[in-house]
Design a protein around this ligand. Sequence first.
Ligand code: AMP
Length: 285
Amino acid sequence: MSIRLLKDIDSLQRWRAEGRGAQIVLVPTMGALHEGHCELIRMAREHGDRVLVSIFVNPLQFNVATDLENYPRRLDGDLKAAARAGADAVFAPTVESLYPPGDESRVNVGPLADPLCGQNRPGHFEGVCTIVVKLFMLSGCAAAVFGEKDFQQLAIVRRVVEDLHLPLEIIAHPTVRDPDGLAMSSRNLRLSEEARKEALSIPRALRAAEAAWDEGERQRQRLEAIFRERLSSALNLDYGELRLPSSLARSGEVLTGDQLFAVAAEIDGVRLIDNLLLRDPSSRR
Ligand code: AMP
C-alpha cells in the first residue's frame, strides 16, 4: 500500500495534474487519526476516483492556546492509518503555507455559527470555514466527507458551500463510537482512565433522553433534565440542549418533528462534544 505525502501546495498541484481530471474526494482532518476518520476515508472511496486526506491543525479555529499546543500530532501513524483505510494521498502543509504573511481574508458564517459551540468559542467557525474553503479550492475536490459528530460544523459547511456556490458535494458520515458508546475523538487520547469513565456518562445520558423520547416524552425541559440527571458531575457542562436540526434554533417547550440533542462538556481540560438526532416517527412518511 503506497500513499503519497504532499507537504506543500506545489506538490498538491502536481498530484492533481497527474490525476488528469479524476474526481477527488477530500476528507479534511486535524490528524491523530482514529477509526472514525478511517470510516470517513472508506466512505470517500465509494464517492470518487482518488481520496485525499488533509491533516492540518488549523490555528485559526482554536481560541485557547493550550488546546492548540496540546492537540495530538503524529503524522507517521496517520500516514499508515490513512493508507490502510484506502487514501491515495495525505496533504499535510505547514501553517505558513496556508496562512502566508499578509493573509487576512476570512469566511464569515451567518447565524448557524452563533449558538452551541459558537457561544463559547468565538471565531471558531470562521476559522473552520476559512480553512475548509481553502482546502476545497486547493484540492479541486468534487466531494468532501464530514462527520455528524460535529453536527454544527457539518450544517455550517453545507451552508457555506451552498451560499458561495462551491462546485462540490458534501457527504455526511454518522458518528463512529467506541464499543462502550463514547464518540471517537482525537482528544480522547488526552483523557485519563478515570476521566474517560466519567466521559462515558455523555452517551449514556443521551441514550436516556432518547429512551424517554421513544416512549413519547415531548416536553423539552423534561428531556433536558433527564440528560442532566444522568451526566456525571465530574464533567463541566457547556451545553446539553435540544435544537432544531435544520436551523439549530432552540426547540420549543413542546417538541414537534425531529430534534437534535447537542452536548459539549469538559473534563480535565479536554473538551468533548457529542449529539444524537431524535427522530419523530410522525414526521416520517
Ligand atoms: P477532526 O480531525 O476531529 O477535525 O475531524 C475530522 C473529520 O472527522 C470531521 O468531519 C469530523 O466530524 C470527523 N469525525 C471525527 N470524529 C468522528 C467520529 N467519531 N465519527 C464520525 N466522524 C468523526
